[in-house]
Ligand binder design. Sequence first.
Ligand SMILES: C[S@@+](CC[C@H](N)C(=O)[O-])C[C@H]1O[C@@H](n2cnc3c(N)ncnc32)[C@H](O)[C@@H]1O
Length: 309
Amino acid sequence: MYKIENFEIYTTHQRKRAIEDLYKRSTLALSVMSLFAFNSPASFAMNEEEDMKSHVKASYGAIAKSQKPCFSCSSKGCDEGQDKPSAKEYSIGLGYSEQELEESVGADLGLGCGNPGAIASLKEGEIVVDLGSGGGFDCFLAAKKVGSLGKVIGVDMTPDMIELARANALKRNYTNVEFILGEIENLPLSDSSADVIISNCVVNLSPNKEAVFREAARVLKRGGRLAISDIVTTTELPEEIKGNIELYTGCITGATKLDKLKSMMEAAGFGEINIDVKEDSRSFISKWAPGSNAEDYIASAYIYATKLQ
Ligand SMILES: C[S@@+](CC[C@H](N)C(=O)[O-])C[C@H]1O[C@@H](n2cnc3c(N)ncnc32)[C@H](O)[C@@H]1O
């Protein structure tokens, strides 16, 4: 906190540095806040994108370091003392089976909003990419399904998440899973190299969703499948939610309207698009940021499509 009265005891040099620091911080805060004052576009200017990604990285880096499950895609939801369901209750509510939870004990940070593996119809030998792989939970479940002839690649931009996922893979002796540091708007993978792309509660966090779908289409083979669980808006978000960076990192503010999502996917080259909104997800979303009433405006959805060309 900067108090003007404290300037009394500063030397001229200290005062100059404090003013410069205050200016830098307020410019960053204003530029981030101003992003949300307008209609939550699907993409932002380059420096604004970087500001938003820094917030997201800081938030998920802290979660990776703490290694404590959140059971909410929300930094607010990770707060101690919140009324939260048990780990198992939360993940079963997202659509995981008891067997899946047992198979990946300890890797579930509870940061998802569904179970993309449930709609991906993974087969033995397939190459799978997980966008925003976090601690690796969905990758490990996919690795069992594709077997030793297949491979799963998790991509995440937060170094601490990649470190955690690699440690989890070592602990579990997975040899068909790899974790790569990178951004989903610029995937570090070659063209037409994957059969399936999965993702769990990550696309909403991207300030450039058009680029995410373009990259997904580039990396998928022709006829390849996109199977995502993510947050969508079902009603226009109110201004107080749009302007809240904490709710952005918590998978609320960055949600996209269904028609916009569909047109971005079509423009990227996807067809057979199916977006299935899960009305019952509103009950777990209500615990993400209590008091915000976010559940009245957003819901979790299963998003499925195939690459046409
Ligand atoms: C809500 S968590 C979900 C993690 C994981 N999918 C799960 O369900 O446990 C979001 C993850 O996506 C990553 N992420 C967010 N934006 C990203 C981006 N633009 N590029 C790559 N990773 C991103 C974060 O670092 C974080 O690990």
